[in-house]
Ligand binder design. Structure first.
Ligand code: NAD
Ligand code: TYD
Length: 371
């Protein structure tokens, strides 16, 4: 039995991880911590809160004394650290929050872990600090380059990826210098339920339902490797249970797609839903399919993201060979589940699209006048 602290528990991957963990490890206690920034949504945890094994704490990872208190009072033996600022576009317009949360915040978590798990009155106690990072720390690939391995040198290009890279190095240093029991995972782009609609897949889905344009940065040929969020959770589970201390593991989906192909696919899938379900026309009267048009008609090429990485691809051979990791979901099955979830959970995405979200999206549209 374990007592697990999940940071960023009200964000996209954190929420999915909490549900995964409660389901797979029913004897464990899970403490979810989140500062509830614009990306965190307490309502996403409403089902988890019905489970007596789960508790939510509203707090900041930069508050070292709070983290120490939680580690002690809740006898936490495992930290799974998701909390971060996570959107590349926001890191370009406002990098400071990324330095504060991703670097200073992770360091505060590490200091608290060291204090309680290594330097407490009982001396060293059994523990694990699992740090969740991204493939973006490895930089950008050309079309023929081999996929990122754990040994690929770091070459982060955006303030987001640079801040994640810095946090990875701090985690590594706390292992080598102080002997903290750490593991790190670097994964590709996640998709699935509860993703905040500023990221490509939910943004496209929701814009189609509103009949709003679908902004494609640059030529739409950038490539990402897409990982269904539950496959990510299973990968982390394997690493926590069987991974070697101090090691990093890549988690990928074997799913490389250009952005334009993904957007076309979502357009076609949603159009098909409208032909199969007459109720959707009444629910979303502005969607092209409600008016005899195709969702693809909304595609708009806009100014490219500055420093836009061309391609990410993950080589997860090490994780597969050492831990038996395999993604269960194909992109075709995962995207169908995701699309269905957004159609079934309109109240969720309407609630998270509050004033601050609308301001941000409007600013984005202004900044990226059609090229
Ligand atoms: P998200 O932006 O949806 O959620 C981040 C959560 O962290 C939010 O709930 C937010 O409120 C919380 N948070 C932010 N600052 C905090 C602070 N100071 N203290 C406590 N909580 C704070 O992000 P996500 O997509 O769920 O990503 C989770 C982690 O996975 C991040 O570390 C990210 O770098 C990594 N990751 C994400 C992806 C992806 O595709 N989404 C891919 C690779 C790695
Ligand atoms: P995003 O979901 O922001 O993830 P990341 O930048 O971390 O990979 O973007 C995924 C890809 O989609 C990326 O190449 C940028 C592109 N993109 C668009 O073309 N239009 C959009 O409106 C958004 C949000 C992203």
């Amino acid at each position: 039995m374990s007592n697990v602290l999940v940071t960023g528990a009200a964000g996209f991957i954190g929420v999915n991880f909490v549900y995964y963990w409660l389901d797979q490890h029913p004897a464990d206690k899970v403490l979810g911590l989140d500062a509830l920034t614009y990306a965190g949504n307490h309502n996403s945890l409403v089902e988890a809160e019905k489970n007596p094994q789960f508790k939510f704490v509203h707090g900041d990872i930069r508050d070292q004394s709070l983290i120490e208190q939680l580690l002690r009072d809740e006898s936490i033996d495992t930290v799974v650290h998701f909390a971060a600022e996570s959107h590349v576009d926001r890191s370009i317009s406002g990098p400071d929050a990324f330095i504060d949360t991703n670097i200073i915040g992770t360091h505060s978590m590490l200091k608290a872990a060291r204090e309680v798990w290594l330097e407490g009155p009982q001396g060293r106690v059994p523990h694990r600090f699992h740090h969740v990072s991204t493939d973006e720390v490895y930089g950008s690939l050309g079309p023929e380059d081999p996929a990122f391995k754990e040994t690929t040198p770091y070459a982060p290009n955006s303030p987001y990826s640079a801040s994640k890279a810095a946090s990875d190095h701090l985690v590594r240093a706390y292992h080598h210098t102080y002997g903290l029991d750490v593991t790190t995972s670097n994964c590709s782009n996640n998709y699935g339920p509860y993703q905040f609609p500023e990221k490509l897949i939910p943004l496209v889905l929701i814009n189609i339902l509103h009949g709003r344009s679908l902004p494609i940065y640059g030529d739409g040929k950038n490539i990402r490797d897409w990982l269904y969020v539950d496959d990510h959770a299973r990968g982390i589970d394997l690493i926590i249970k069987q991974g070697k201390l101090g090691e990093t593991y890549n988690i990928g989906g074997h799913n490389e797609w250009t952005n334009i192909d993904i957007v076309n696919l979502i357009c076609d899938l949603l159009d098909r839903h409208f032909t199969q379900d007459a109720e959707l026309k009444a629910r979303f009267p502005s969607a092209p399919a409600a008016n005899g048009a195709q969702a693809r008609s909304l595609i708009t090429y806009v100014k490219d993201r500055p420093g836009h990485d061309q391609r990410y691809a993950i080589d997860a051979t090490k994780t597969t060979q050492e831990l038996g990791y395999q993604p269960a979901e194909t992109f075709e099955t995962g995207i169908q589940k995701t699309l269905q979830w957004y159609l079934d959970n309109e109240a969720w995405w309407r609630a998270v699209m509050d004033g601050s979200y609308k301001d941000w999206i409007d600013q984005q549209y202004k900044d990226r006048k059609a090229s």
